[in-house]
Write a protein that binds this ligand. Structure first.
Ligand code: FES
Length: 256
């Protein structure tokens, strides 16, 4: 591989996204509704809710999602909001429902770990009240290779396996389900919204900076790739920088 061939593979640098795509609140809102609220999202590993009664709370945009494992060991996911007055059900991020049910801290409406309405601590249901109308709002949940996925479309979500397509077969040898979670963190869909709108000059400066980073990354990538090219029986990555430059492999100034 030489510089000429490199040029054929990478004829020009592609432009980066306009900088406002990263922090414009309107663009963020459109992105949430077009992508995050209608796609299958990986929200953690199964060992985080390994036992019956375990739960985990994740945030997707401005939606709180409660993932539970019921008494039969099945996974469920719901909006983390009570059907009575909309109170937050779980304020923690992870834990275990020791009583085996979800109790709203406000007026005590109680739900099974599968989201069904079970009762209310201090109230009798009014006439005509139907339990089945007051289950928690369900979010679709699925599992693949030891990871938990949710889709906020709920019952309208396409099956997870149809979205994964050929991925499980292609990754079968990797035994992803056997990998233990080392560290997990919150899913973040928050935009980097500045306190004040940026001026045109600031936006142009950001675009320029992003372009420079991309160019430098591309240059580093190709220099790394060229440094591993075999030259006869000598590998380029065994040469000194001066030798590599003499052979025309390193066109850049010597790094400091
Ligand atoms: S808001 Fe949950 S029981 Fe009233």
């Amino acid at each position: 591989m030489d510089r000429e061939r490199t040029g054929q593979l990478l004829p020009r640098l592609e432009k980066t996204l306009p900088s406002q795509h990263y922090f414009d609140p309107d663009h963020h809102r459109r992105e949430l509704h077009a992508i995050w609220y209608r796609s299958w999202l990986c929200v953690g590993r199964v060992e985080e809710v390994a036992q019956s009664r375990d739960y985990k709370v994740v945030e997707v945009g401005d939606q709180g999602i409660l993932v539970t494992r019921d008494l039969e060991g099945r996974l469920h996911a719901f909006h983390n909001t009570c059907r009575h007055r909309g109170s937050l059900l779980c304020s923690g991020s992870q834990g275990r429902f020791r009583g085996g049910s979800i109790v709203c801290p406000y007026h005590g409406w109680t739900y099974s770990l599968a989201g069904e309405w079970l009762g209310a601590r201090h109230q009798l249901p009014a006439a005509g009240f139907r339990k089945s109308d007051h289950s928690l709002h369900a979010v679709a949940v699925g599992e693949w290779a030891g990871s938990i996925f949710v889709n906020l479309l709920g019952p309208d979500a396409p099956p997870l396996h149809s979205v994964l397509g050929e991925i499980p077969a292609r990754f079968a040898n990797w035994r992803l389900e056997a990998l233990p979670a080392f560290k997990t963190g919150p899913l973040s869909t928050k935009p980097a919204v500045p306190d004040q709108p940026l001026t045109t000059a600031e936006l142009q400066a950001l675009d320029k900076a992003a372009e420079k980073v991309t160019q430098q990354a591309a240059a580093n990538y190709w220099d790394d790739a060229l440094a591993k090219v075999d030259i006869g029986d000598v590998r380029a990555d065994m040469l000194s920088w001066e030798q590599a430059q003499q052979m025309g492999l390193m066109k850049k100034d010597k790094p400091a």
